[in-house]
Design a protein around this ligand. Structure first.
Ligand code: URA
Length: 226
């Protein structure tokens, strides 16, 4: 592996901020190939760095699946509302994570949070046609005619949506779309005179929201393959 500054290696191995890392180095707890590290500026192969004799577990990227609750915004900072990043433990903040795409403030469910910009770009790229499935509860039951209209494509204010699929359930619907316009799902049901009263994303490309994951909680996953 390429050589990286040792304070950076520690902070991306779960040892806190770059400053915390400097403190650990000062205490003489860090070694590379048997030699105690004295300067945070030194560079090393992450595979060869030990803290208290234990090899560090360095990661360049993190991938978190969050079950977003209502009331938080899909942003890294906001002057008014809490953000999804406020729900993430401090130990991950050194990675400078951001949400991949947006869910509305009142939408719940699967949000990917990462610091891997390339992966984020791929997940959102219109060229990749990444599927997203939402569970929606509606003000009025969805007729078969309206289901078919939406599946074929509806005008959501100057844009006609691409074909999608809808499954009618007992109390709502699952809708799978391959694009991601602003407020898209809500606008698609509005286009047939209906209204979304509850919205939750349950899949995003290869990712599925774990049923056991409580609202506001997240789980670290391996890099998604897209
Ligand atoms: N479509 C919407 O209308 N809102 C969301 O949050 C996501 C998709």
């Amino acid at each position: 592996m390429e050589k990286i500054r040792i304070d950076k290696i520690l902070s991306k191995s779960g040892y806190g901020s770059r400053n915390d890392a400097k403190g650990i180095i000062k205490k003489g707890r860090v070694s590379v190939e048997g030699k105690t590290v004295r300067s945070a500026n030194d560079k090393a192969d992450p595979e060869k760095v030990f803290v208290d004799g234990i090899k560090v577990n360095y990661k360049e990227f993190i991938y978190l699946v969050l079950n977003k609750p209502k009331g938080v915004v899909s942003a890294t900072d906001d002057n008014v509302h809490r953000t999804v990043i406020d729900l993430i433990d401090e130990k991950y903040l050194t990675y400078e994570p951001f949400p991949v795409g947006r869910l509305d403030i009142d939408t719940e469910g699967l949000l990917l949070i990462t610091n891997d910009g390339q992966l984020g770009h791929n997940m959102l790229s219109p060229k990749k046609h990444v599927d997203k499935t939402y569970y929606a509860e509606l003000l009025n039951p969805l007729s078969i005619e309206d289901k078919e209209k939406i599946e074929k494509g509806v005008d959501i204010g100057g844009y006609v949506t691409q074909p999608c699929s809808i499954e009618i359930l007992e109390n709502g619907v699952n809708i799978t779309i391959h694009e991601g316009k602003f407020h898209q799902v809500k606008k698609m049901f509005e286009a047939v005179g209906n209204k979304v009263v509850y919205l939750k994303r349950i899949t995003f490309g290869p990712l599925t929201l774990p049923e056991s994951l409580p609202l506001g909680e997240y789980t670290e996953i391996e890099k998604p393959q897209v």
